[in-house]
Design a protein around this ligand. Sequence first.
Ligand SMILES: Cc1ncc(COP(=O)(O)O)c(C=O)c1O
Length: 434
Amino acid sequence: MTARDKLAINGGSKAVRTAPGDIFTWPIITKEDEDAVLEVLRRGGMSGTDVTVELEREFADWHGMQYALGHSTGTAALQAAMWGIGLGVGDELIAPSMTYWASALPAFSLQATVVFAEVEADTLCLDPDDIERHITDRTRAIMVTHLRGYPAPMDRIVPVARKHDLKIIEDFSQAQGSHHKGQLVGTFGDVGACSLMSGKSLAAGEAGMLITNDRRIWERAIVWGHRERTAATRWTGELQEKYITDPELVPYAGYPWGGYKYRTHQLSSAVGRVQLKYYGERMADIDKAMTYFWNLLEEIPGIRAHRPPRDEGSDMGGWFGARGLYVAEELGGASVDRFCEAVRAEGVQAAAPHRRPMLHLHPLFNEADIYGHGKPTRIANSDRDMRQPEGSLPVTEGLYDRVLGVPWFKHFDKTIIEEHALAFYKVAENSDQL
Ligand SMILES: Cc1ncc(COP(=O)(O)O)c(C=O)c1O
């Protein structure tokens, strides 16, 4: 690789010269997906559950889990997981502030609330060392997001949860197939939930999946939003007592406690089955390409790979929306915006600052009175004000200018990957031109 002198942003020639072809196309849809969809469509099976149940079985087996439950969205699966573990009025859920809103916001619908903890500056996942200071006698659970393919440090999070008798929910919407120290994400906690929407690395359309080894959680998730599945539950214990006491009414028991309808659309389940069948080999292609890309950039200043150490058995699954870490100090203080602008000018479309609203600073979490309590929903069911002002999570807040998008290659093509890496290399090596 050589860094040509003049940056494209200053009139030089572009680093990326080769057309990308299908290297970024996702999901990969073949005739097999089309046939699977048409089969369901033609027999009018869209609202059934037979294909979904097959997908659940395959998904559970892949994870070595006993139970899976398909949902309409990842958001629905996360809310069901929250209710499944018993999150309720006034309970506190500890979640990272740097995550998608659906990892946290559904807690409000259960009249619970959220307390945000730091993420680690290198993994971008929940910082195990910052959890304990947020625990109160109202804390019930920890939400862990495996962000952008990166498997959160579960070996350090699980002991904290066990020590304080807290449940763990894993949101692996961005990391299906990622391993932490040899174990698949989604399988460490009490329950895992993920999105399968079509932008994700495992893409079914609009769908979500919940997995657990705890039959009670699975049954509660069914009761919450799957009225057509209630007969499949054993109606054990608490559910039997509270939900239906008259055995003669069992066949009619299917009113969902949540008042929700969360079943997966079966056209998505059909796509999901085919996508899952090929996901292993497609992840391997992505991994080969992304690993090559980052290895090329190993030594350059200003940018670091967002990937875990391989030698401990951790990996990035499908590398969903891959990210890099930006170190402005190594590039004369050039802003991430200017750096990305220059890399884009070299022909890398994905280069953009990763800026999402920090959830702990968002008005929805601090001011909005969503349910008409006469005060912000965040504190509506609590006897304390747990809102976190600016400055309360300095590591997370500091990441606002330190994360950027990088190309998410789906295939290994040496030339195209080298050209994209060259774009970053060239801008980093010539940062005095920025
Ligand atoms: C981390 C995370 N959690 C939850 C969701 C919500 O999933 P869905 O869009 O399927 O509701 C997404 C993606 O959309 C996500 O990235």
